[in-house]
Design a protein around this ligand. Structure first.
Ligand code: BT5
Length: 263
C-alpha cells in the first residue's frame, strides 16, 4: 500500500528523536529522494528533515550506480543534516548510519543482518539495504544528504540483481510493516548521530565492529586501479578505516574501496 499523509503523524508519534524527523515529507513517487532533498537544502530551519517516498523512478547507488526501488515494498528515504563537521568527518556519517540501519533491521529480522564495509547491510549474505551520502553546498548553506534504501517486502528482483539482492520478507518468510521499521531507524539514527557529535567516532566503530561478520574473512579490496587480497581485521577506532592484513603480511588501513568476500 502507498503511504498516506496520516503515516507522517504516526511516525512522528513514535519518535524519541531530538533532531531527526521534526519534519517528515511523504511522496508517492520521486526520481530519487536524495535529489528531492538536495533541492531543499537551505530551505528549512529544521534539522533532520526526512523525505520519504513510496517508490523511486531513478533511485541512485554510489558512483553513478542505480538502486532498484519498487513501489509499496521498500523503504526509500533521505535525511537532511545541517552539519558543521569538517569535511574529513562528514564521510564518517555513512558509518554512523550503517550502525543505526543494521540495529533497526535486527529489531525485526530473525536471521541477523550484518554490515559489510563500507556501507552495505547483508542478510544471509545478500544485500538488503544500502546507504548513499552526498554533500551539498548552496550559498552559505551546506548540508549532508543521507539516503537509505531497505528491501523490506520485495518478493523478487530483476534477474541482474537476483544473485546479490534480498529482502527482509524473502529471508524471514513474512511481510513487515514499513512504518515501525522507519520509526525505529530514525530513533537509532538520532541516537547514533548525537553520540558521534558528542563523543566522536569511537562508540560508532565499536558498534560497527560488533555488527559485522566480515572480520577474519578473506577479502579482495579494489581501490582505484589496485586490488589487494588479505584478511579483514577490524575498523580502526580513530578513523573508521578498514584494517586489512594482506596476504604478504602487511597491515594496511583503507578509507575507501570496494570489498568482495572470497569463498
Ligand atoms: C548503495 O549503493 O548501496 C546505496 C543505495 C542507496 C539507496 C537510497 S534509496 C533512498 C536514497 N535515494 C536514492 O536515490 N538513493 C538512496 P552501491 O553500494 O553503489 O550499490 C548499488 C549496487 O547495488 C547496484 O549497482 C546493484 O548491483 C545493487 N543494487 C541495486 N539495487 C539494489 C537493491 N534494491 N537491493 C540490493 N542491491 C541492489
Amino acid at each position: 500500500m502507498p503511504y498516506s499523509q496520516e503515516d507522517q503523524q504516526w511516525i512522528k508519534s513514535q519518535l524519541q528523536a531530538e533532531h531527526i524527523g521534526q519534519e517528515i515529507l511523504i511522496y508517492d513517487a520521486v526520481e530519487s529522494t536524495n535529489d528531492t532533498a538536495k533541492r531543499m537544502v537551505g530551505e528549512s530551519d529544521n534539522e533532520g528533515t526526512v523525505i520519504l517516498a513510496n517508490s523511486q523512478t531513478q533511485g541512485k547507488g554510489r558512483l553513478g550506480r542505480s538502486w532498484h526501488s519498487e513501489g509499496n515494498v521498500g523503504v526509500y528515504l533521505s535525511i537532511l543534516l545541517k552539519t558543521s563537521l569538517p569535511p574529513e568527518q562528514i564521510s564518517k556519517i555513512a558509518l554512523v548510519a550503517g550502525v543505526a540501519l543494521v540495529q533497526a533491521i535486527n529489531e525485526f529480522s530473525q536471521p541477523r543482518a550484518y554490515l559489510k564495509w563500507p556501507n552495505d547491510v547483508l542478510l544471509n549474505g545478500k544485500k538488503v539495504a544500502g546507504i548513499l551520502t552526498e554533500y551539498c553546498k548552496k550559498k552559505e548553506h551546506s548540508e549532508v544528504i543521507l539516503g537509505i534504501g531497505i528491501n523490506v517486502n520485495h518478493a523478487h528482483f530483476p534477474i541482474s540483481l537476483q544473485h546479490i539482492a534480498t529482502s527482509m520478507a524473502m529471508e524471514n518468510g513474512e511481510i513487515f510493516e514499513r512504518l515501525p521499521l522507519i520509526s525505529s531507524l530514525l530513533n537509532h539514527l538520532d541516537r547514533e548521530y548525537q553520540s558521534f557529535l558528542n563523543e566522536g567516532l569511537s562508540p560508532t566503530v565499536d558498534q560497527w565492529n560488533l555488527n559485522s561478520d566480515m572480520f577474519g574473512k578473506h577479502i579482495s579490496l579494489t581501490k582505484g586501479t589496485q586490488t589487494f587480497f588479505g584478511t579483514a581485521m577490524k575498523l580502526d577506532a580513530e578513523e573508521g578505516n578498514l584494517v586489512v592484513l594482506t596476504d604478504n603480511g602487511e597491515e594496511l588501513a583503507f578509507d575507501s574501496g570496494e570489498v568482495t568476500l572470497m569463498e
